[in-house]
Structures are given as structure tokens and as C-alpha cells.
Design a binder for this molecule. Structure first.
Ligand code: 5AD
Ligand code: FES
Length: 347
């Protein structure tokens, strides 16, 4: 297996069969070897800097019904909320003071937030904070909507592809959602000029090693600026409540593979990773990640944005989240920096 890892390190590429074999059959010492090379590569591009993104979860209304997600429309036990423009601007003001230079507006697919409302919010943030990047993470939209948000000033867009395998995708989503449309959205976003993030869950129901290898092949083809991955974590009010969650080791291994496959990529060590292990986010950085996304949402709504069970950081103030992450990153020899943290460039 070490020979395959060496090959990935020197060529940034493997075949699907090679990825599958590595994902399926690596040992603990193979994983350690992968992380050491992933960290080396990450340092060539980004040193020991860790970028922060202020996450504002501005609505948990969602018209979709993804089988894994706690805010799916069929979940009657979720108390729904929306933040208005002033609430969102207040989050940004607080975040700016704490050193955040990227704001990520994330929400369910909420029809209340028309294109006009989103454009108004984006342009208000950009005019108050012209030195900041605005990232949208609001799901599948038409090309014209993505273009309008971009023209209003949005810089980046996160839309996880969830799984690159179309059959697997259909097992995770109701039939009204299509994997083809989701991928089309990603290509539209890129063509418009966004810095684009895709991504997937690790250990989601029915996922095979081959599916994960397909995810790697998709990343190589699509060449995103960012990749968001985290373990699947079962949520008690969803149809997938009885499925096992993904594991820390599986997720770390995928982070390492992604860093070596896309050396330049912005790779968050996610809250989901921090949820399945107390040191999950530190371990993510030590496997090649270089971004953390502390919560900037008002404390009063945090417990309502529960995509999965036992989510961490639902009680603290924004300032505490930032300081906590800074301390955690320093403890492993890394440093949270206050810059926009743009991608080092797709090479
Ligand atoms: N476990 C882990 N991640 C989840 N997401 C949604 N539900 C879950 C869950 N139960 C992820 C999806 C989505 C992102 C916003 O959160 O990948 O794209
Ligand atoms: Fe909202 Fe999947 S449940 S997008």
C-alpha cells in the first residue's frame, strides 16, 4: 500500500481501482504514512495557516427531503426559524470584529429567500465589508439565480455533491432529486466564476469503497477550489436513524487522499468530525485539512440547526467558538489567520 501512497504523492493521481484498494485495505501504519505526506504537501501550499470561515445558519426551512438530514421537510420535530437581513448583518458585524473575513451563509432550500432577498443580503454584506468574501451554501438553483447572486457580489458557493455514484445518490435522496441536476449545478457555478466547493459524507448508508473511489475520480475531474467532507452521523428523526455513523478513521483517510489528489484545495476540518471525536478537528488538520468553520449564528437558533445528532458548538458565543478553535489549532502547531483565505490556485 505504501507504494500506492508514494505514487499518489508524486503524481497527485491514482486510478479508480487503486483508490478503491487503498480505501478498502489500508492498515493503521499506511494511514499514518498518508497523513505525514498530506501534511507535508499542505505545508508547501499553505504553511501552518488555518483559515476561518464564519458560518451563519440563516434558515432551517427546507423544501427538500434528503433521507439523512435532520432539517428535511418531513421532520415535524424541528422547530423552524429564519434570520432576517438585520440578524445576518449583526452576525457579520460581530464576526468582523473577531477577525473573520469570510462569511458563509448556509441554509436549507427555503423558498422564502427569493433571489431578490438573497441578492439584497449579499450586496448589503459586500458593501459593509468589501474586504470580505461571501460564500453561499443554499442548495440547487437555476443558472440565472446563481448568476444573479454572483453579480450581487457572492464570491464562493458550497454545494456538496454528496456522492458521485448516481445509484448511491438515489438511495440517499427522494426521487424528485437528481444526481445529474446536482452535478449540473456545480458546473454552472464554476462557469459563472465562483470559487466552488463540492463534497460528500463518509460512511453514509449503502456507501462502498468503490463509491468513495468514484468521489475521488469526480474530484479529479471537477477540480473544485474547496472540498467539504465529514462523517455521516445518524439523526434520530430521519429514515436513516438506525444506520451506523461514519468513523473518524475513515474520514481522516479520505482527507489525506484529497490533500494529495488536489494539493491546492481548501479543505475544512468539519464540525461533524469534531462531533464524532473530541479532537476530531485537530486530527483533521493533522491529516491535511486547512480550514475551520466556527459558528457565527446567534446562540438562540443554534440548537435548531441540527442536521445530525449531538452536534457540537451549539451553546457557545461566537467569540468562544473562535477562541476555542484558535487554542485547539495552536496546541497542534498551527495558527488561525484572519485573511480571506482564497484558494492557492487550481493547478
Ligand atoms: N450527517 C452528516 N452530515 C450531514 N449533512 C446533512 N445531514 C447530515 C448527517 N446526518 C451534510 C450534507 C450537507 C451538509 C450541509 O451537511 O453533506 O450537504
Ligand atoms: Fe434540505 Fe437536503 S433536506 S437540502
Amino acid at each position: 500500500m505504501k507504494a500506492l501512497i508514494d505514487k499518489l504523492y508524486s503524481t497527485s493521481s491514482l486510478t479508480k481501482e487503486e483508490y478503491t484498494k487503498l480505501i478498502q485495505h489500508h492498515s493503521g501504519s499506511d494511514a499514518e504514512y498518508l497523513y505525514s505526506l498530506a501534511v507535508k504537501r499542505r505545508k508547501e501550499y499553505y504553511g501552518t495557516d488555518v483559515y476561518i470561515r464564519g458560518l451563519i445558519e440563516f434558515t432551517n426551512y427546507c423544501k427538500n427531503d434528503c433521507l439523512y438530514c435532520g432539517i428535511r421537510r418531513s421532520n415535524k420535530n424541528t422547530e423552524r426559524y429564519r434570520l432576517d437581513k438585520d440578524d445576518i448583518l449583526a452576525c457579520c458585524e460581530q464576526g468582523y470584529g473577531l477577525g473573520f473575513r469570510t462569511f458563509v451563509l448556509q441554509g436549507g432550500e427555503d423558498p422564502y429567500f427569493t433571489d431578490e432577498r438573497i441578492c439584497d443580503i449579499v450586496s448589503s454584506i459586500k458593501s459593509s465589508y468589501p474586504d470580505c468574501a461571501v460564500t453561499l451554501s443554499i442548495g440547487e438553483k437555476e443558472h440565472a439565480s446563481y448568476k444573479a447572486f454572483f453579480d450581487a457580489g457572492a464570491d464562493r458557493y458550497l454545494l456538496r455533491h454528496e456522492t458521485a455514484d448516481n445509484n448511491h445518490y438515489r438511495k440517499l435522496h427522494p426521487s424528485e432529486m437528481s444526481p445529474e441536476h446536482r452535478k449540473q449545478c456545480l458546473y454552472d457555478l464554476k462557469a459563472i466564476g465562483y470559487q466552488v466547493g463540492c463534497g460528500f459524507m463518509v460512511g453514509s448508508p449503502y456507501q462502498t469503497a468503490e463509491n468513495l473511489a468514484d468521489d475521488m475520480m469526480f474530484l479529479k475531474e471537477f477540480r473544485p477550489h474547496m472540498v467539504g467532507i465529514g462523517p455521516f452521523i445518524s439523526q434520530h428523526d430521519t429514515p436513516f436513524s438506525d444506520f451506523e455513523s461514519g468513523t473518524l478513521d475513515q474520514t481522516l483517510f479520505m482527507l489525506g487522499l484529497i490533500r494529495l489528489t488536489l494539493p491546492y484545495v481548501l479543505l475544512p476540518s468539519t464540525t461533524a468530525l469534531g462531533t464524532i471525536h473530541p479532537l476530531g478537528r485537530e486530527k483533521g488538520v493533522l491529516a491535511g485539512a486547512n480550514v475551520v468553520m466556527p459558528n457565527l449564528s446567534p446562540v438562540s437558533v443554534r440548537k435548531k440547526y441540527l442536521l445530525y445528532d449531538n452536534k457540537i458548538c451549539t451553546g457557545d458565543e461566537a467569540a468562544e467558538c473562535k477562541n476555542c478553535l484558535q487554542m485547539r489549532m495552536r496546541s497542534i502547531g498551527y495558527d488561525v489567520v484572519s485573511s480571506r483565505g482564497d484558494c492557492a490556485g487550481i493547478k
